[in-house]
Design a protein. Structure first.
Length: 132
């Protein structure tokens, strides 16, 4: 962003699935509490500019949960891709499963946006071109 066009990224184009940040109960900052906060809270992950199409893409990881009976963490299973115009207005939002695509790496090209396919094979990285 140029000096005259500065905006706080956190105050623009929020996801329709954003329900706020859940704070830890109590003063505990043990590793289990931190894991619960990390895997339960929604958050924005990537923010990229597509110069070929003059749009921005922002990924948003949906809330996870904690199983009330077992206390086990149920990690994030969904994430959204937000498409913003050059003034950071929301054009649209598409939901993906984390089992299909990873929200952390977005690559822009003149042919479209490449999303990283989720893979269970170590050392293998695949991308799939996605167009709006």
């Amino acid at each position: 962003l140029g000096q005259n066009n500065y905006q706080s990224i956190g105050s623009i184009a929020r996801s329709n699935f954003s329900n706020g940040f859940k704070q830890s109960s109590g003063a505990s900052f043990d590793i289990n509490s931190m894991n619960i906060l990390y895997f339960v809270n929604p958050r924005y992950s990537a923010f990229v500019y597509d110069a070929s199409h003059n749009v921005y893409f922002r990924s948003f990881i949906h809330s996870g949960s904690v199983n009330k009976e077992t206390g086990q963490i149920v990690p994030h299973s969904k994430w959204s891709l937000l498409m913003l115009d050059s003034n950071f207005n929301l054009i649209g939002e598409k939901v993906f499963n984390t089992s299909d695509y990873a929200p952390h790496i977005l690559l822009c090209s003149p042919q479209g946006l490449y999303l990283r396919k989720s893979s269970k094979q170590r050392g293998e990285i695949y991308f799939q071109r996605w167009t709006w």
